[in-house]
Design a protein around this ligand. Structure first.
Ligand SMILES: CC(C)(COP(=O)(O)OP(=O)(O)OC[C@H]1O[C@@H](n2cnc3c(N)ncnc32)[C@H](O)[C@@H]1OP(=O)(O)O)[C@@H](O)C(=O)NCCC(=O)NCCS
Length: 248
C-alpha cells in the first residue's frame, strides 16, 4: 500500500521476489531489457530488468494518484549517459521526460527508489547488503577522522556510513567516478554532517533505515544544490521524520 506522499521525499522499497511475482502476474512491459546487452552475468541482467520494472511500475502508481494511470508500455527509462556511465534514472512518458528527481538502488534482495517531485532538488538512495561487505573493505575508504568517530559506535555504523556516502554521491555527482574517501560523513544518532572535497553538503533530509533482513538503506534530499562551488557553508539539521518509507 502506498501512503500519502511526503511533500519533499518519498522512499519506496520492494523485495526482489515481490517484483518478480508482479512481473509474472502483469506480463513484461515493452523494452524492459533494452540496454542490458552489455551485462553478461544473468543474475545482474535480471536485477537490471527488475530495477527498470520497479521504476516504471512505481511511477505509474504515483502518477495514478493524479488521475488515470498511464500504461507501463508508455514509459522509457534511461540510466546511462552517452559515454555509457551510470546516471540518475530519467523516466520518459510517451517520449516526454518526467520532471521529477529519482534515485535507484538494488542491493541484494532489496530494491529502493527515492523520489522528489521538486525538479530543483537532488536525491540519493543506497541499500547496502550488509552480508556482502566486510569491515576491512569499507574501513579502507574511511578518512582517519571517520575511523576515529566510528570506533565509538555500534558494529553497524560502518555500513550505515557507507550507505550514506553512496546516497550523497548519487545526489551530487556530475558524472565523475565515485571516490568514497572524498565524502566524509559524521553521524550522531539522527544527525548526519557531510563534507565533499572539504565543503559541507547541506543535507536537508538524511535518513537511515535498518531493513528487516539486516541491510541498511540511506536516503538523502538536498535542496538548492547547484555545484560544489555553490555549496552552502551553513549545514542544516536533517529531519528523519520528513521522509516516508513506503512499502509495496
Ligand atoms: C553509483 C554507484 C556508486 C552505485 O553502485 P552500487 O551501490 O553498486 O549500485 P546501486 O544498486 O546502489 O545503484 C545502482 C543504480 O544507481 C544509479 N546510478 C548509477 N550511476 C549513478 C550516478 N553517477 N549518479 C546517480 N545514480 C547513479 C543507477 O540507477 C543504477 O541502477 P542501474 O545499474 O540499474 O542502472 C556505481 O554505479 C558507480 O560508481 N557509478 C558511476 C560510475 C559508473 O557508471 N561506472 C560504470 C560504467 S563506467
Amino acid at each position: 500500500m502506498i501512503r500519502p506522499a511526503d511533500s519533499r521525499l518519498e522512499v519506496l522499497v520492494a523485495s526482489r521476489s515481490a517484483l518478480q511475482a508482479e512481473l509474472l502476474a502483469n506480463g513484461q512491459p515493452r523494452g524492459l531489457e533494452a540496454g542490458s546487452e552489455w551485462i553478461s552475468h544473468a543474475g545482474r541482467r535480471e536485477h537490471w530488468k527488475l530495477g527498470r520494472y520497479f521504476l516504471i511500475s512505481r511511477m505509474q502508481r504515483l502518477l495514478k494518484e493524479g488521475g488515470n494511470p498511464p500504461k507501463l508500455d508508455e514509459f522509457d527509462v534511461v540510466t546511462r549517459n552517452g559515454l555509457g556511465r551510470g546516471t540518475q534514472p530519467r523516466i520518459y512518458l510517451k517520449g516526454r521526460m518526467l520532471p521529477w528527481r529519482l534515485s535507484l538502488s538494488h542491493g541484494g534482495e532489496v530494491f529502493a527508489l527515492a523520489v522528489s517531485r521538486d525538479n530543483s532538488a537532488r536525491v540519493g538512495i543506497d541499500v547496502v547488503d550488509a552480508s556482502a561487505v566486510t569491515r576491512d573493505s569499507l574501513g579502507f575508504w574511511c578518512t582517519p577522522a571517520e575511523r576515529k568517530s566510528l570506533l565509538s559506535q555500534d558494529e553497524h555504523a560502518l555500513v550505515r556510513n557507507w550507505a550514506m556516502k553512496e546516497a550523497v554521491y548519487k545526489a551530487v555527482n556530475h558524472g565523475e567516478a565515485f571516490s568514497p574517501s572524498h565524502f566524509e560523513i559524521f553521524s550522531d544518532g539522527e544527525k548526519h554532517v557531510c563534507h565533499w572535497r572539504g565543503q559541507e553538503i547541506p543535507l536537508d533530509i538524511a535518513s537511515i533505515y535498518p531493513l528487516t533482513n539486516g541491510d541498511y538503506l540511506a536516503a538523502v534530499l538536498i535542496e538548492n544544490f547547484r555545484s560544489t562551488r555553490h555549496v552552502e557553508t551553513n549545514h542544516r539539521i536533517k529531519n528523519t521524520a520528513a521522509c516516508h518509507l513506503i512499502s509495496p
